[in-house]
Design a protein around this ligand. Structure first.
Ligand code: ADP
Ligand code: ZN
Length: 629
């Protein structure tokens, strides 16, 4: 068997995704690798496929106990012998698992890092043939990151104790240079193949909405997406409870999650969500670490998070199966006030000096500001995110609200020049309130006191109102014509791009929303790839009906097996069944996500369901041309 056979037979996929092959080939040749890929890119395949091709056992180190179980269930379903060893098992279960492992029962073993130094585990590892050691969530080894886990340092000692050094593969979604260097250095990777794939998640649609009433928006949205799975993130427990109750009143089956609930209740609610008993989850950011639910179709943010790092991570829980999903942030100016309050009341780290605490605070401010600009920008939202994470490229994406909405454009180059002159004239010593007041020719005592009436630019934008000027300044900050300092004074300074406006003939264009985008526009945006289309755009009404039948069957099987439905088959597999309408084993094996083992387990039942629905007569259940999912 080669890597393609493995991919098809066990995972039911016809082709590798970007980057997967390079890493797999290197591992098979015995070369260490570091894969830096965003959530949902398919990191698991990168070590699971070679694990099956190498002669010995692969040990996967992962910090997330809940994820291990999920991964192992998925592998077992695919017909791969795998097990996990962590503190959720009893001592005797662990001993049994290790006995079976020593007897060569498992190809892949997941373990928490703490396991590595136990006597039992070490003695197993020393006498077994360990072909590869995989470090998942490898950024946990870095003291630079937020997720540093001291136990990850034990990995290195563990490797040293093995007789033969296995090939080491490390994976993470965190891409900062410091973290990368740490992983390479601490893990001691030798001449590794390093692969960084883009952070873009093409199947995610991004939008910032500013509804008058967020509750009304949420209820309408959830009702329009009934039977789809989604997460609604709120900033506070109070909001979670409020939104949760509203949804329940509307008869929507929702679950909630926050640190104020008992452990038992949290576990139950999480299960209800994962097993699709409650398709909607309302939660604080405490929810999500280690959740691998792949068919989340939308993530709504009821409040703006504190940083784009947080936002992208939370929003990124949508669409892990590669199908179209929506990430919508509901913004109100109040969100900024609440976040600033949270920052103000954040406890200072007593191990830091006052100066260091000041620096941390400055960084938090900066992050919050950049998050706020995301909500303000009229440019492509995806481009904004990617730039923030240091990726180049600036083409409008065509799959975010700002790219498809229509704007009224006004050339404000001259106004922008006046604003820049004003900031320069006062030698960058004031914040946005003073500057806007000054330009508007405001008669405030404070401005008089500062002696600003005497400046040339005082009142130069007079017919404009102060609020209008503030809006323009805001947009200039977003476009780097101006920048704001990170201290509490938030002084306005001349930005990097200002030269372009002052010297070259670049124009400064302000865009204002014209109207809400029409539905048609949204759905046609990002066309071309089915990943960007909703189920209802792909399947016609008969097809959707078949999909519902297949989904019911999946739910029944999931209940029988006590397994989350998405581990049985992903949504995209069910959709592909509706497109290909398989009538035989051979045809069923062509469906994306149906490998041999999955077929042996469930194939006949799904064939029966399809046969029953169609009466054995092939129909076309989808719009448009046949295409690969
Ligand atoms: P990550 O760990 O990078 O967040 P996963 O390994 O969980 O991502 O993969 C995300 C989803 O993509 C899973 O549902 C997985 O089965 C699917 N996937 C991975 N590789 C492929 C592929 N080559 N073809 C189709 N689907 C894939
Ligand atoms: Zn865009």
């Amino acid at each position: 068997m080669d890597k393609f056979d493995v991919l098809k037979k066990y995972f039911g996929y016809a082709a590798f995704r970007e980057g997967q092959e390079i890493l797999i080939d290197s591992i098979i040749k015995g070369r260490d690798v570091l894969g830096i890929m965003p959530t949902g890119a398919g990191k698991s395949i990168c070590y699971q496929v070679p694990a099956l091709l190498l002669s010995g056992i692969t040990i996967v180190i992962s910090p997330l106990i809940s994820l291990m179980k999920d991964q192992v269930q998925t592998l077992n379903q695919a017909g791969i012998h795998a097990a996990y060893i962590n503190s959720s098992l009893s001592e005797s279960q662990i001993s049994k698992a290790l006995r079976l492992a020593a007897a060569g029962q498992y190809k892949i073993i997941y373990a928490a890092p703490e396991r590595l130094e136990t006597y039992e585990f070490l003695s197993f590892a020393k006498q077994a043939e360990i072909s590869m050691l995989t470090v998942d969530e490898a950024h946990c080894i870095s003291q630079w990151g937020q997720d540093f886990r001291p136990s990850y340092l034990k990995i290195v000692q563990f490797i040293r104790q093995l007789e033969k050094r296995p090939v080491i593969s490390a994976f993470t979604a965190t891409a900062t240079e410091n973290v990368k260097e740490d992983i390479l250095c601490v893990l001691g990777l030798t001449e590794p193949e390093i692969l960084v794939t883009g952070f873009d998640r093409k199947n995610l649609y991004f939008a910032v909405e500013k509804p008058k009433r967020k509750d009304t928006y949420v209820i309408k949205y959830v009702k329009e997406h009934v039977s789809e799975s989604g997460i609604i993130y709120c900033a506070t427990r109070k909001n979670v409870d409020k939104v949760y109750e509203k949804l329940c009143q509307e008869g929507i089956s929702a679950a909630r999650y926050h640190a104020g609930l008992s452990g038992g209740e949290r576990r139950q609610n999480q299960e209800d969500f994962i097993y699709d008993t409650c398709p909607v989850m309302v939660a604080t950011n405490a929810f999500g670490m280690g959740i691998d639910k792949s068919n989340v179709r939308y993530v709504l943010h009821y409040n703006m998070p504190q940083s784009l790092e947080n936002y992208y991570q939370e929003a990124g829980r949508a669409g892990r199966d590669g199908g179209r999903a929506e990430c919508i942030l509901l913004y109100s100016p109040q969100d900024v006030v609440v976040n600033r309050f949270l920052l103000d009341s954040k406890e200072q780290n007593t191990e830091y000096t006052a100066e260091e605490n000041e620096a941390v605070r400055g960084r938090d401010e900066e992050r919050l500001r950049k998050m706020t600009y995301y909500c303000m920008t009229t440019g492509c939202l995806r481009t904004y995110i990617l730039h923030y994470f240091g990726e180049k490229g600036s083409l409008p994406c065509g799959n975010c609200l700002n790219c498809i909405r229509e704007y009224e454009e006004t050339d404000l180059t001259e106004t922008a020049k006046h604003i820049l002159s004003c900031v320069a004239e006062v030698r960058e010593r004031y914040g946005v309130n003073v500057i806007a007041g000054m330009l508007a020719g405001d008669d405030r005592a404070k401005l008089r006191e500062y002696g600003l009436f005497a400046y040339r630019t005082y009142g130069i934008l007079k017919p404009l109102k102060e609020t209008e000027i503030k809006e323009i300044i805001q947009q200039m900050v977003i476009e780097n014509l101006l920048f704001q300092t990170n201290d509490k004074y938030a002084l306005l300074k001349i930005g990097e791009e200002a030269g372009k406006i002052m010297e070259d003939d670049t124009r400064f264009i302000m865009k204002k929303t014209k109207e809400e985008p029409e539905k048609e526009k949204r759905t046609s945006a990002g066309k071309g790839s089915s990943a960007n289309r909703r189920r209802s755009d792909i399947l016609n009404s008969r097809g959707l009906e078949l999909f519902e039948q297949l989904r019911d069957l999946r739910t029944t099987i999931a209940k029988e097996q006590n397994m989350p439905p998405y581990i049985i088959f992903a949504d995209k597999t069910l959709i592909d069944m509706c497109i290909k309408v398989p009538m035989s084993k051979k045809e069923m094996l062509k469906v994306v996500g149906v490998g041999e083992s999955k077929f042996d387990r469930y194939g006949e039942r799904f064939l029966d369901a399809i046969g029953e629905y169609t009466g054995g007569v092939r129909e076309k259940f989808f719009f448009g041309e046949e295409e690969e999912l």
